[in-house]
Design a protein around this ligand. Sequence first.
Ligand code: ZN
Length: 709
Amino acid sequence: MVSKQLNLFAFIFTLIFLGNQSLGSQTLRGFSPGKAEVQIKLEQTLKENIHSETFRSHLYAITSEPHHAGSEASRRVIDYLSEAMENAGLEVTHYDYDVLLANPGEVKIQLISDSSKKLIPNREYVYEEDPWSAHPELSHGWNAYSGSGDVTAEFVYVNYGTKEDFEKLDSLGIELGGKIAFARYGRNFRGYKAKYAEEYGALGLVIFTDATKSRLDPSATFPHTGFLDHSAIQRGSLITLDYYGDPLTPHGPSLPIDHPDTPERLDIADVDLPRIPVAPIGSAAGAKILSAMQGEKAPDDWQGGFDFEYRIQSGTDVKLNLMVDQPREIKRITNVIGKIEGSKYPDEWVILGCHHDAWTFGTADPNSGTAMLLTLADALGELMSAGWRPERTIVFAHWDAEEYGLIGATEWVEQLLEELKANAVAYFNADMTATGARFGAAATPSLHTGIIEASKFVTHPDTTISLFEYWTKDIETGRAPIGRLGSGSDFAPFVLYATVPAAQIGLYGSVPVYHSAFDNLYYYESFLDGDFKYGPALAAYYGLLTTRFANAEIIPYDFHRYAVKWILHLEDLEKEFDGVNLSNTNLMNLLALLENQTAFYNELINDFSEHGIPMIESVEKLNKELIVWERNLFLEEGLPFNQWMQNIFISPDPFQGYAAWVLPAIRYVLLSEDETVKDEWASIIEKHEIAVRQMLLSMHRINDFLYGE
Ligand SMILES: [Zn+2]
């Protein structure tokens, strides 16, 4: 220990006195100066290989027909992806699974009053301007995994259908039992609206898109502007199981039925999917129902975008008839995986992915991301035909059935769990990412620095400044704001189930039409990107980011960010919950040590990048240790509220769905009023201490590798 500390002093001394001597050329985190020069040249060529026309033609090929998972059109997309990546020179493999999906089936909604019956429309309008809106294969509005049934009853407006909204109705003495719930979109994941409606005894649920006050006039909406028209319907899945992936195989891959290792599947009847019928409608259809209601006025904060009063109850003379016939069926899905094998470390994988299935055309969600990834694959392919290879393997993953419940990606992560835990360097998710000018990122803390650095090397397509400058131009501190990963896309199984660091990075615009018939090429070209420039710019960015993680001598993680964020979040929890002491604790002391250790490691890496200190004898071992560092967050027994989620640092909000909770086990215990949960406090804190201790030990090993023994 003593000699190491001396070493440390000598090293800091060197940093202070020699630190300024070799400035001038560009440094890249984790690259020695010579290799950085080679990398920067490679990046230049890569950017030159990226063409807007390539992006445009991929986007057209993939999104010219609706292609939900399990459909015939989806098969054509799978073929296209396979061919496109093969043409680029990638090695393509199909990963097939047989999983429980649902078909659109039939939906019929009627408003019944004064013995008259009015059909409530649940299809989008056809517009002359938008030829895609007339596509014969467009489905009616539906929510996947709805129950089937035919119910007629009075109905109750439940606002957004959050937990609090249902509690409020309860406190007002309004019974949902035997009635149909009527909820607006927003605030929570739609599946929770259905879950709570069913728990409170509703016979069915209709979800409508609320209007926006300033855009009641149709001339203010699509197709005249990019704002949502009054017929657009948000389709989407209702699944809220406490695991992702195939509902029938919670902890393993749903290998095909005819595969020798096909797993035992749960009985559909034993899976907690919605039992009540649920269907979505647009805002014009919603207005028809709202304006027919006769009950008492809803509270002020329950009023919405239409300029009439929203009421709570329909009144006894007004009823809804809701019929949903939605067959559930085990169907084949296919992930299309393309690989560029690494020349030096083929076992270490940098993974890029985006789902390929879409509720309708999917031009923005998800396939702007798909076309971007294909454009990048083409550009890397061009480099490969000139003899280039990345040092680590680059994997392009096009996932199936994301929209139903992150199914394709989850089954793959479950299938390859051990390999991924040992070898996955990072996962970058491109779902719906090339839709506008705003650069944004959400990521695991260890990837923040890499994400920020790469953004300094790509020009924002609307300007002459870098993505980074564009990103931070209105931020006083100049610090790039990076969000947290909650749920809602395919990074979730990587982060939550395998503790693989992940990120979702994009050039974003506003896409109110997502999951509707208008997420199509007309909308994309008219309101998102008529020049097809954001996709190619993002492909360049992903190319830099990926090849840096694939080529760096030392993988450019930044663990210091983890320690800093961890401490910050403990402090925040202490402020949020009265009487909780988290700052004068053993856990905090350990984190302070980790903060120190990781800061010191960062100095070593910076010095390496500036001087290329030749002390690294065991770089291979070092990188192996870096790759598994985040496995210390892995909780074998899962989180207290969810066994399947095994990352102690982050989870989605278990009550609302999309948003993220940091240090979820601690937050859950603090929020709980259940004494048996509260009794878990000491053991939960201890689990955090164990994780941090292991991270510290790992940092010691890492520094040993850097010094040599
Ligand atoms: Zn998506």
